[in-house]
Design a protein. Structure first.
Lengths: 115, 111
């Protein structure tokens, strides 16, 4: 059973460009969570999605950031017009159901560097 | 505001030592507490604790939860260099959908 897959593992973008991060949950998991980790900081929740639905986006910056989890294909976290402060590791996690009764399993992360 | 605080932030020990990592929390509707180990990539799941006083063990690692005093500890006995990692504590509150993470404890085990 493959784990959570994320790609790319490393992404370099110039200021003003767009970044698209992809996440394929574990087989059988229908819940996806995106977290951001800044240096010396813990993981910070960004958004929680189920197929075709955003359930909770309370951790997402109001501008430039969006996420989707289409019926077919991976979940995508999109950052438009990136700035240097967006440089971070972005982790995706999945669970078979809402967190609590089930632990969340994490992908290897995408390390975004904005130059 | 819900929060999770881990201590110490970093720790350096010698191989064979025993370490105790601490995690205290303040959440409105506690459901479970989770420990993860993060090396260079994905945080990997260690334990999930929901009840006070019941120790969970996996090899040299063990953890216990105290819901009255709102904390958990993670013990590692006979440490090895492969235990060097960041140990993350997270809490699930019933009101939210996400895990609330502490900043982690960076453990370095020297040979």
């Amino acid at each position: 059973n493959a784990g959570v897959m994320q790609n790319p593992r490393h992404l370099v973008r110039r200021r003003g460009q767009e970044a698209r991060l992809r996440c394929s949950p574990m087989k059988g998991h229908s819940h996806v969570y995106w977290y951001r980790q800044l240096p010396e900081e813990g993981l910070k929740f960004m958004v929680y999605l189920q197929k075709e639905n955003i359930i909770d986006e309370s951790g997402m910056p109001k501008e430039r950031f969006s996420a989707e989890f289409p019926k077919e294909g991976p979940s995508i976290l999109r950052i438009q017009q990136v700035v240097r402060g967006d440089s971070a590791a972005y982790f995706c996690a999945s669970s078979p159901s809402r967190g609590g009764s089930y632990e969340q399993y994490f992908g290897p992360g995408t390390r975004l560097t904005v130059t | 505001e819900d929060k999770v605080v881990q201590s110490p932030l970093s720790l350096v020990v010698h191989e064979g030592d025993t370490v105790t990592l601490n995690c205290s929390y303040e959440v409105t509707n506690f459901r479970s507490l989770l420990w993860y180990k993060q090396e260079k990539k994905a945080p990997t799941f260690l334990f999930m604790l929901t009840s006070s006083g019941i120790e969970k063990k996996s090899g040299r690692l063990s953890s216990i939860l105290d819901k009255k005093e709102l904390f958990s500890i993670l013990n590692i006995t006979a440490t090895q260099t492969g235990d060097s990692a960041i140990y993350l504590c997270a809490v699930d509150n019933q009101a939210g959908t996400a895990l609330i993470f502490g900043k982690g404890t960076t453990l370095s085990v020297s040979s």
